[in-house]
Design a protein around this ligand. Structure first.
Ligand code: MN
Length: 197
């Protein structure tokens, strides 16, 4: 089962000025696309060939001989998820069931935002910060490189890519500024709510 590169859910310039079309051109058209090409080459003729992407990730995560398959497959999934977590006109305080759950778990939206930003800032090197559902409890975690909650039987609700390629053209070394803007202007809370059900 080939892995595909889906189109972005918005035009490349739709997130400007917060994420430039140049960033999306490279991030989606080059980085994400390379993971798609790589995983298809790696699974070709292997035991993974007939699996769908989530099965490839869960299975290769258990196999130390399949680290390249895992890394490229997980990056395909993480990026497809990330594109859906943001939208033009997003950000600000969420409504709906996620707001209630966030206030229950973190005390307030502000506390959640501060913890989520902190997870992104403190992920050393490349990786991701996540809001996940762990046995019905909301938690913030961070993962290194391609690692993904899916490989640990956790349900992802929201992510932010903190690999330098996600922000360097627009923010250079200012990862904290990218995370502030991500939270204030970009998060697609409708998508996050849709992941709760
Ligand atoms: Mn990325």
């Amino acid at each position: 089962m080939a892995v595909n590169l889906q189109d972005l859910p918005y035009p490349k310039d739709a997130l400007e000025p917060y994420i430039s079309s140049k960033t999306l051109e490279f991030h989606h058209g080059k980085h994400h696309n390379t993971y798609v090409v790589n995983v298809n080459n790696l699974i070709n003729g292997s035991k993974y060939e007939k699996m769908d992407l989530e099965e490839i990730i869960k299975s290769s995560a258990q196999d130390t001989q399949s680290v390249p398959v895992f890394n490229n497959a997980a990056q395909c999934w993480n990026h497809s998820f990330y594109w859906q977590c943001i939208k033009p006109g997003g950000g600000a305080i969420p409504s709906g069931p996620i707001r209630v759950k966030i206030e229950q778990a973190f005390g307030s939206f502000e506390k959640f935002a501060s913890e989520f930003k902190q997870a992104g800032v403190t992920q050393f090197g490349s990786g991701w910060a996540w809001l996940i559902l762990d046995q019905d409890k909301l938690k913030i975690i961070k993962t290194a490189n391609a690692d993904t909650p899916l490989a640990h039987s956790k349900k992802a609700l929201l992510t932010v890519d903190v690999w330098e390629h996600a922000y360097y053209l627009d923010y250079q070394n200012r990862r904290a500024d990218y995370l502030d803007i991500y939270i204030e202007k970009l998060i697609n809370w409708d998508f996050v709510n849709s992941q709760l059900v």
